[in-house]
Design a binder for this molecule. Structure first.
Ligand code: NAG
Ligand code: NAG
Ligand code: NAG
Ligand code: NAG
Length: 610
């Protein structure tokens, strides 16, 4: 116990330097006596039980040794300062109070014995003394009547590995034996779960009293607890007894491995660290029970302990995590303030050691990604959802979007070219197709969408060469609308001529676009060479009978996308259109066009009529 030794030496030096000897005798031959003050060791005895005071001067044999003090002619004297007195008085020895080497025995102690005691070691030329305090604990009922019996001394600690054996000896039995007339007798008790007390013999044979000792043959967890032994003896006709206690705890068997191990960090664990923050590296070690209980857990940074580093940014914090039948799990935290980039390059090792072995493990450190991955994930997610939304919106509403875009940003081709017609309709000259062209296509294009439409049979002049006229009309139109049906493009027909003219004009960059409208599906042989060429390059808008009758249907939207940009018609234009419809119903026949003497476009023509 080096620390208490230091205290003692300090006391010794302090007393010698500061306080003068108090026991100055009138006799000048008597030496001055060095006073060590009051001993810190509290001594207690139980009333009615034997006990003793041991002179504290001899607690540190390297300073005072009883045997050697006898050799230098020293004698030990005991004094007492009774309660309420200032002066020490010599103790009169009796059969109850006796001296044995450095001890003053009280057999038994009485309540009146409490107070201050002084032991003085003196020879002719030197003297030392020390004061101590004696406390007498109330003894209560007669021994043996209570269970557990009261003990005066702190329990002795005894550890027994599970499944192993151990013999328990009652403390201070030998001291009593020296005093006793004859052999002392010993009685054992086991105290478990608070005040419950089992006197020996216990209910099984794992523990047996052998002589005065208690032999544990097979240690089990339930045998843990406080064991009491009561020593009884006779001395000078007086029967005496005292009780001592032993705290028995179980630990894991000695056959188990006892090398220390590092539980954390495990070999593939990576500590994620954030720069400029406080970083805590946690290491936990397991130390199996060992009788020589020395163990240690510590961090090193580049091979130096935190103390050796002497860097105020680095500190440690150790604590016990678990204690399990002698096996202790200990934790050591390495705390690094304001973690720096260069700290990443250092080698952080956690090490453990006990009497049986050593282990060390390097901690893997990794810098946390500077952009918080959670936010990045969110950003990506939102972008993806938006893209998906746009994709869906585009695919469902692309026609509407296109039309909307055109109505805002599209340029009116009328301002940039000198064409007369918006649309030239080319179709097979049979009554069914003609009816579709005149009553549906033309009617909607002219009346509802406000386009100027040219239909050759209606708008061409009689007498001219059909070929020249056709080419001329097609050239003066912005779009060539080809109405496809099985009868279209029969060899040498007018319609085929129109198609050829349109494709040629397109190929020559004549500001003309051809639109294919499939009125009725074509047979295989109906796809003549010109049509096949056109089909590859152009969009085909399919007419789907009643599904396409509404102006809001896909057919009309797609068609409008292909047609020149035209702003939404105003109210007056609509009224015009209504009138037009009336008029056209009266003159659906293709011959009407021939009756009107002009090569002008139909729109202007009808306007002049109104
Ligand atoms: C005290 O001194 C004697 C001899 O002087 C020696 O044999 C003995 O071991 C010493 N005791 C202690 C406890 O140091
Ligand atoms: C008294 O003890 C001291 C040591 O403490 C020793 O030096 C001295 O010789 C002793 N005196 C006598 C008379 O034996
Ligand atoms: C007995 O020892 C154990 C372990 O050392 C301790 O936890 C317990 O408090 C002790 N019991 C008493 C009564 O001293
Ligand atoms: C740190 O631990 C590793 C094993 O994880 C070992 O190889 C290395 O020597 C140790 N470094 C120090 C300074 O102990």
């Amino acid at each position: 116990m080096p620390s208490s030794f230091c205290t003692f030496v300090f006391l010794l030096i302090g007393a010698a330097a500061v306080s003068p000897a108090i026991s100055q005798s009138s006799d000048p031959t008597e030496p001055m006596c060095y006073d060590w003050g009051v001993s810190r060791e509290a001594v207690s005895v139980v009333e009615g039980q034997p006990g003793w005071l041991s002179c504290p001067l001899f607690s540190h044999p390297s300073v005072y040794n009883y045997t050697s003090s006898q050799n230098t002619g020293h004698n030990l004297f005991w004094y007492r300062v009774p309660e309420g007195h200032d002066l020490e008085q010599p103790i009169s020895l009796s059969s109850r109070i006796s001296k044995d080497r450095e001890r003053l025995w009280l057999q038994p102690a009485s309540a009146a014995d409490a107070g201050q005691y002084i032991c003085m070691l003196r020879n002719k030329s030197s003297c030392s003394k020390i004061t101590m305090h004696l406390e007498v604990l109330p003894g209560g009922a007669a021994l043996g009547d209570r269970c557990p019996p009261q003990g005066a001394v702190e329990p002795a600690q005894v550890v027994i590995p599970m499944q192993e054996d151990k013999r328990l000896h009652c403390p201070h039995l030998q001291d009593a034996a020296k005093m006793a007339d004859g052999e002392p007798s010993v009685a054992w008790y086991h105290v478990r779960d608070g005040p419950r007390c089992d006197p020996y013999p216990f209910w099984n044979s794992d523990r047996q009293q052998v002589g005065s000792s208690l032999q544990v043959y097979v240690m089990l967890i339930q045998y843990q607890g406080i064991y009491l032994c009561t020593v009884s003896y006779l001395r000078k006709g007086r029967s005496l007894s005292f009780t001592r206690s032993i705290n028995v705890t179980a630990v894991y068997p000695s056959i188990l491995p006892k090398e220390p191990s590092i539980l954390q960090p495990n070999s593939n664990q990576v500590f994620t660290v954030k720069l400029d923050t406080e970083v805590r590296l946690k290491c936990t070690g397991l130390f199996p029970y060992l009788e020589s209980g020395t163990w240690d857990i510590w961090w090193t940074v580049d091979g130096k302990t935190v103390d050796q580093l002497a860097d105020h940014r680095f500190s440690k914090d150790n604590r016990q995590v678990k204690y399990d039948f002698g096996d202790r799990t200990e934790e050591s935290l390495l705390i690094i303030q304001r973690f720096q980039v260069e700290d990443l390059r250092k080698e952080y090792n956690c090490s453990v050691r006990n009497a049986r072995g050593f282990d060390t493990r390097r901690a893997q450190l990794q810098e946390e990604a500077s952009l918080p991955s959670v936010e990045l994930g969110w950003g990506l997610g939102v972008t993806l959802v938006l893209m998906l939304l746009l994709f869906v919106v585009y695919h469902v509403f692309w026609l509407e979007l296109l039309l909307l875009y055109r109505s805002w940003f599209g340029s009116d081709e009328r301002h940039t070219d000198d064409k007369e017609y918006d649309v030239y309709i080319s179709y097979a000259r049979n009554s069914e197709d003609e009816h579709f062209v005149l009553s549906t296509l033309r009617s909607v294009l002219e009346n509802q969408l406000g386009y100027s439409v040219c239909i050759f049979d209606r708008d061409s002049l009689p007498g001219g060469t059909i070929t020249d006229e056709t080419l001329s009309f097609v050239a003066r139109s912005r779009r060539l609308l080809v109405v496809l049906s099985p009868g279209y493009a029969s060899q040498g027909s007018q319609a085929l001529l129109e198609l050829k003219a349109g494709i040629d004009s397109m190929a020559r960059g004549g500001h003309l676009r051809v639109i294919l409208v499939q009125y009725k599906p074509l047979l295989r042989k109906g796809w003549v060479k010109e049509l096949r060429r056109a089909r590859v390059a152009l969009t085909l808008v399919r007419w789907k009978e009643h599904k396409s009758s509404e102006l809001t249907s896909r057919f009309w939207k797609r068609l409008r996308v292909e047609l020149p940009v035209r702003r939404v018609s105003s109210k007056s234009e609509k009224e015009d259109a209504a009138l037009l419809r009336l008029h056209s119903q009266n003159s659906t026949h293709s011959q009407t066009g021939l009756l009107i003497s002009a090569t002008k476009c139909p729109e202007t023509m009808f306007r002049s009529v109104v």
